[in-house]
Design a protein. Structure first.
Lengths: 336, 277
């Protein structure tokens, strides 16, 4: 691809995922185990500034555990190895003071369950103001309140003052999710991690929340990671996507390539199994069941369900191959 | 095609819920279902779509007799639901069975699969105890569950397998109508298609009539012959699925279709371009 101007070159390189010299976040060889269970097995990826990165996978594929590793928020039973470098610092080695500075301040985390993420006995205002003052020590109440009000307006709440005075149970699901997004933004984070932010919402509200996230990322120039099981959501908002299966990234590419020319049979099968609105075609199921993460990684985790499996697939877990600078996959028998 | 008598006819179904009690709180009422009427031809699939709170699950529960019918009538296979529930509740439950959304909650964890699936046959005295196990194994096989499952417990199965077990259990009394309340929304995407294909196959083999409740228009489009769109207790649009999806008349249906994420990045590019203009 020849670039004509410096701006296009930058844009292309960015879209192509050629990681700039200093990525905002780089994960290297992340492994997470819970006793005999291997939740995450050797995950590596990097996110550039301003990028919207998607992580898709089914339940048990390791996507949520990976997300929580990024802010070192794993249960004590987890055994973690590898590196999570945020702006060059290793999050996994960070002490508790450093972590406190990181969580909420540099990295905003939007949890799946907005209802559980808000404290039922405090008003929205109390919670947002507390979060702001925790991150900006010495801020006076009036500034904090003004900031909270502005943020609520930014996330599309029509009457921010009334919302500030409300308790969580007085708000609808979509409003609560907006408040949670506002809370994640309150300290101007450089990275927003959203774990299934729209799973609990109705489609029309989901659309609004996705639009909001996209707008926030574009306007503030921050990076975002969205974790989801919905390929439709990914296609709507993400620049680049990683497909998780059995605790590994089996394919990673820019969104357009991933949807139009997937190389990994799992990605292709997943796309085939999705009913698409407006296109009535017989859909194909993926036979079999998701892999057990108790088994050692001596074979490709998708091998038992794979229509293209060859003898090699049962013998060794495939290493990462590259189709293009921005397109990698793990498969012995990739699609052409 | 000659029109058969519909398997399900509902007329002007209504259900109101009340909240608050005593004098301190004012009693507030919510019309969960407000004048819902539709007919379903035997052997076809009727979809009900809508967002949470639209009343779609309440309609399903009213059809099954799990929710009182305040006014209006529901007739399933020629029998009025409210009347039959009083005169012959056992017989009514043999014509209609229900498959729930959450296969993790729908199976008693202390019961073996064989007992769970065989219970309906025992209650209805459908086959002698000696033959029951054979019949259970047949049913499980039909739903893609291996025979050795009969002596195992629900926790040993994945979500997709549990939903298959729930379907086998529903089929145990040889019903004519299955009410499927969000049967695939709790499942992983790669498993959803398996269950939908199984449902289609069973319908072809057994001539079942389905009422399919869902919030996912893409799924509904794939498996429903006719569809009704519900909003705040009312049906705002109903018709052939093709027609409703491709030429929606009601603004709410149009909004639902526009909001559904489409797994095609090209669609997104297009909206971006139009926004820039």
């Amino acid at each position: 691809m020849t670039a004509t101007g410096s701006q296009t070159a930058e844009g292309d390189a960015f879209r192509a995922g050629v990681i700039v010299a200093e990525p905002l976040l780089r994960v290297e060889g992340l492994h997470v185990r819970f006793g005999p269970l291997r939740a995450v097995s050797g995950v590596s990826f990097a996110i550039a500034k301003g990028e919207f990165y998607g992580v898709v996978g089914e339940s048990g594929s390791g996507k949520s555990i990976t997300a929580r590793s990024l802010i070192n928020l794993l249960p004590p039973a987890a055994r973690v190895s590898g590196k999570v470098l945020f702006q060059g610092r290793d999050v996994l080695q960070a002490g508790s003071a450093e972590l406190r500075a990181l969580r909420g301040r540099s990295i905003g985390f939007i949890f799946q369950d907005a209802i559980a993420a808000l404290d039922p006995v405090y008003t929205i205002g109390d919670q947002l103001i507390e979060a702001y003052r925790a991150n900006v020590p010495g801020a006076d109440l009036r500034t904090a309140r003004g900031h909270a009000r502005d943020l609520l307006a930014e996330v599309g709440i029509t009457d921010p003052d009334r919302c500030l005075a409300s308790y969580p149970h007085q708000l609808s699901g979509g409003m609560k999710q907006r408040v949670v997004i506002a809370a994640a933004l309150i300290s101007d984070p450089e990275l927003i991690i959203a774990d299934e932010p729209t799973t609990a919402l109705d489609v029309t509200v989901q659309r609004q929340v996705l639009d909001l996230l996209q707008r926030v990322v574009a306007r503030r120039g921050v990076s975002a990671i969205i974790i989801t099981h919905d390929l439709g959501v990914v296609a709507e908002v993400c620049d680049r996507v990683a497909v998780f299966y059995g605790g590994m990234i089996v394919e990673e590419a820019d969104t357009h390539t991933l949807f139009t020319r997937p190389r990994h049979p799992y990605t292709a099968a997943l796309l085939d199994s999705l009913p698409k609105l407006g296109v009535k075609k017989p859909f194909k199921a993926i036979p079999g069941v998701p892999p057990k993460i108790t088994q050692a990684l001596t074979a490709c985790p998708f091998e038992p369900r794979c229509p293209r499996a060859v003898a090699q697939c049962a013998q060794a877990c495939p290493a990462e191959s590259r189709a293009a600078a921005s397109h990698s996959y793990r498969c012995h028998s990739p699609l052409p | 095609m000659t029109q058969q008598a519909p398997a399900i006819i509902t007329k002007d179904l209504c259900r109101t819920f009340y909240s608050g009690h005593g004098f301190a709180f004012r009693r507030r009422s919510v019309k969960a279902v407000d004048g819902v009427g539709f007919a379903v031809q035997p052997g076809t699939t009727f979809g009900i779509v809508g967002e949470s709170g639209s009343g779609k699950s309440t309609v399903a529960r009213m059809l099954c007799g799990l929710e009182r019918i305040d006014s209006g009538s529901a007739i399933v296979d020629g029998h009025d639901v409210s009347e039959t529930l009083k005169s012959d509740p056992l017989g009514f439950r043999k014509t209609l069975q229900l498959v729930f959304q959450d296969p993790y909650a729908a199976l008693n964890p202390y019961w073996k699969i064989g007992d769970l699936v065989g219970e309906g046959m025992r209650v209805h005295g459908l086959c002698p105890a000696g033959d029951r196990k054979v019949r259970v194994v047949d049913l499980l096989d039909q739903c893609g569950i291996p025979a050795n499952a009969v002596d195992r417990y629900p926790h040993e199965f994945s979500g997709g397998q549990r939903q298959r077990i729930c379907i086998a259990r529903a089929l145990a009394v040889q019903p004519k109508v299955l009410v499927l309340d969000e049967p695939v929304s709790a499942l992983d995407v790669s498993i959803q298609a398996q269950i939908l294909l199984l449902l289609q196959e069973l319908q072809r083999e057994l001539g079942l009539t389905y009422v399919f409740i869902s919030h996912n228009l893409a799924v509904v489009e794939q498996i429903c012959d006719r569809v009704a769109v519900m909003k705040t207790g009312r049906i705002v649009e109903t018709g052939e699925t093709e027609q409703v999806i491709h030429a929606p008349q009601h603004p709410y249906t149009q909004a639902l279709i526009a909001s559904t994420p489409i797994p095609e990045p090209r669609c997104r590019r297009m909206t971006e371009d139009t926004e820039q203009v």
